[in-house]
Structure formats: C-alpha cells, structure tokens
Design a protein around this ligand. Sequence first.
Ligand code: NCD
Length: 303
Amino acid sequence: MDSYYMNDLDIPWRRAVVSVDQFSRADIDEIFGLAARLSVGRTMPLTGKSLVNLFYEPSTRTSSSFYAAMTRLGGSVIPINEVNYSSVTKGESLEDTIRTLECYADALVLRHYDEDATERAVSVASVPLINAGNGAGEHPTQALLDLYTISKERGHIDGLTITLMGDLKHGRTVHSLVKLLRMYDVKLNFVSPQELSLPSSYLMSGDSEYLDLDPVIEDTDILYVTRVQRERLADTMVIDFSYAVTRDDMDRAKENLVLMHPLPRVGEIPPELDSDPRAAYFRQMKYGLHVRMALLVSMIGRD
Ligand code: NCD
C-alpha cells in the first residue's frame, strides 16, 4: 500500500480510522454484524499478522482490548505503551516512529495527546492505522463500541433519548459519539458544568443543555457519563465542581435505562450502583472487544 496524504477525511476507513465521519450507517451495520459473529466464533483470520499498539498517553482498556482482539484472532502485538522506554524520549519525531514501526507490523493503533497526530501519522503510514484517541479530538473506536453497546442493550438506536453528562468540552469519546448519533433519530440532552459544556460545533437544533441531571433523568433511555479530563484543563482553571449519578437518580430513572461510562471513572458513578442491572459499563468493555475484533478483521483480514 502506498503512502498517501489525508484529503479532508476522503480516506476509506479500512485504510485508516481517523474520525467517525468516515462511517456510513451501512458501514456501521456491517461492523456490528461482524462483531456479533466474531463474538461467538473461534476463527483465527489474523494468524501471521501483527499489530503495533503505540500509546503516547495512558490507557488500560483501549490498549489491552486491541491486544486481546488481535491475539484472539490469531495475530500478535508489539505493545509500546506510554513510549517512555522508546526512542521518543530521545527526541524522535512521530513521523519517524511511525515509519519505523510499520516495518514490523500490518497495522498500527495510535493514541496521542496532539489533535493533529493522527493526520500526521496517516500522511506517512503505509499500513492501516487506527486512531485510539487524539487529544481532546476524537476516539472513533470507543464511539463505535458505545453505539454497539446501545444497540445490544436496547435492540435499536432510533427513537431513544440519550443524555450525555460530564466533561463534554474535552471528552473525545463524547465528541465522536455525538457525531455518530447524528446519523440516527435520537433526542440528545447534554448535562455539564458551564465551563465544560459541549463545543458549539457539535450542537444542533433540538438538543437540550442542562447544568444538572434532575430535569432529564426520568425521560432518559441511555445515560452516558464521563469524568472530568483534568489532564486537558488549563493550569489556571479552578476546578470547583463535581457531579455524580446517585441512587435517587437511579430510582427515578426508567426501568430499562442503560447507564454507560467509557471509564475510567473517578467518582461520577459510585460503586454502589454497580450491582444495578442497568449499569452497563462493564458489559460495554466486552462489547468493545468484539467491535475492535471486527475493525481489525475488516482492515487487515484480507490481503
Ligand atoms: C477514554 C479516553 O481515553 O478518552 N478512555 C477510554 O478509552 N475508555 C475516556 C477517559 O479517559 O476519560
């Protein structure tokens, strides 16, 4: 495969997953169908293939689920977590690191703190690349697994009222999920402290914004909660807000509410809610494994 430069996301997602903007509803149906099949199958279509996990930011779920996905499918993984032990500490550029690692791999998974990192990497990469989070920009594979979770838990996406609560300004999972949800007929509510509200570029008419959950909890079908992304706040920003889902909220919520969180949580959902069958955040991770398996098979499963 030749190197290529990004042209306004005019890139097939099978070559590089940069943003959720690359997916159509038909693509999503295809990925979800494959994820469901792979979740029960025992095939190893990626035998002999290798993946590099290149993470410039901390990760537990994303890096280990790509690792598990690749190895379950018969492939192998070169894990470079937090780059502390790589030549990045010697000053190597992202571009050179990508050019190096692609010599050893059939695909790359990249998480980086810069929003333009994925595009820079894609512009030099000659193997398929997956954006596993670019700063406060996007996290497309998380959004796909979030959407898959919704469809698995509720059986459909159209017609749902979905409330997103937390750091909507910096949360890349929220940014990608909101864009994906625009493809469906859903009602979106946004709950956040004023300082952390959703950037206006993601808002559309029909959306509702609130400072707390109270007015929307009873009508909500899906409650998607995120932590404050403290690592992305300006040093000068004083953090004097907190928010959390309470037992009282859950008592008022629908019986078939789906409570989601991309994790890690740092107080937004107290552990006492974990035993509530509506708490889906642990199941969400399992769905994520299957979605990432589907993406890997779609991108490198055939020559
Ligand atoms: C998210 C991320 O890295 O953006 N984590 C994840 O991938 N599950 C959410 C977060 O860190 O808050």
